[in-house]
Ligand binder design. Structure first.
Ligand SMILES: C[S@@+](CC[C@H](N)C(=O)[O-])C[C@H]1O[C@@H](n2cnc3c(N)ncnc32)[C@H](O)[C@@H]1O
Length: 287
């Protein structure tokens, strides 16, 4: 059997093939051969945690029915969770200038306002949205407004719920907002988001490939830097689902290198870089 790389442990072609096809089937994650070193190093801690000696035996274990709990932890280890506060700030400009005033009108007329951060990772995205709402339209925060933040990775959701970040991680938050929406954490380098920010966000585990149990339509959906890890057929399966989950007057934001497919594009208007509204939404002429 050919061995792909050397180190404290090695992954065989067969083990890599089994793990990458499981990652695709379970989470939509595409792991081309170029990611073999990454996979090996990310799974090393899982081998140690399970006491399994070889990648071969680990691949066999996670493929079996009794390995289903470990399969979840394997996916958690394989996901890329990089995130920043106010990442791709142009989306927050659109949110502030165009969406929030309209959402405030809707909320004042008694309608609930629902925002979805799909693939929220460690929480920087939903907390940025909450901070912006509290800052720009505080009245909206006092009305029936909620941010649903979902991710496939249970471990990253635990971190997100805690909402504690290092000094380096909070650099994207404008200085004045840092003063208002962060308090000291459990070390001199730690900062925790304030309770009023946390109160606006509900974290839930959700695999985008599975059923979406939410029965509401969302006024705004952020799904940024998530579908980039999926192949085109998986992405194509998601566009109509996002379209159905989005309010006809809603906003939909993708990551900087993601685009809705040609097929789905006629049903969305572009309202900025990787920012969309359903085709018949009013004010859909921005940018
Ligand atoms: C790079 S982070 C993006 C975080 C944030 N949206 C941002 O742009 O900063 C990608 C996130 O997508 C999540 N993810 C990957 N596959 C997923 C799936 N099938 N369902 C739900 N979330 C998934 C990962 O766990 C990870 O936290």
């Amino acid at each position: 059997m050919s061995v792909i790389s050397q180190g404290s442990g090695t992954i065989s072609e067969t083990a890599f093939a089994t793990i990458s096809s499981l990652a695709k089937a379970e989470a939509g994650l595409v792991l081309p051969h170029s990611k073999v070193t990454m996979v090996q190093s990310r799974l090393r801690t899982r081998l140690a945690a399970t006491g399994i000696d070889t990648y071969e035996a680990y691949a066999k274990f996670v493929s079996a029915a009794e390995g289903s709990a470990e399969r979840r932890l394997m996916i958690s280890a394989l996901t890329t969770n990089v995130s920043h506060f106010f990442r791709e700030n142009h989306h927050f400009d659109i949110l502030k200038k165009d969406a929030l005033p309209e959402l405030l009108r809707r909320a004042k007329s008694g309608k609930p306002v629902r925002i979805w951060s799909a693939g929220c990772s460690s929480g920087q995205e939903p907390y940025s949205i909450a901070m912006l709402i509290l800052d720009a339209t505080p009245e909206l925060a006092s009305l029936d407004t909620l941010i649903l933040a979902t991710d496939i990775d249970p471990k990253i959701l635990e971190k997100a719920e805690v909402g504690q970040y290092s000094t380096q991680q909070i650099t994207g938050i404008p200085e004045d907002m840092r003063k208002r929406y962060l308090k000291p954490g459990n070390s001199s380098d730690a900062h925790i988001v304030t309770p009023n920010v946390k109160r606006m966000v509900r974290f839930r585990e959700l695999n985008l490939l599975h059923d979406w149990p939410m029965r509401t339509q969302f006024d705004v959906i952020f799904c940024r830097n998530v579908v980039i890890y999926f192949d085109t057929p998986t992405q194509d399966g998601l566009w109509p689902r996002f379209e159905s989950a989005l309010h006809p007057q809603g906003w939909f934001f993708l990551g900087h290198s993601e685009r809705v497919s040609e097929q789905a594009l006629p049903r969305f208007s572009s309202v900025g870089m990787t920012a969309y509204r359903p085709i018949n939404a009013s004010n859909a002429t921005h940018a």
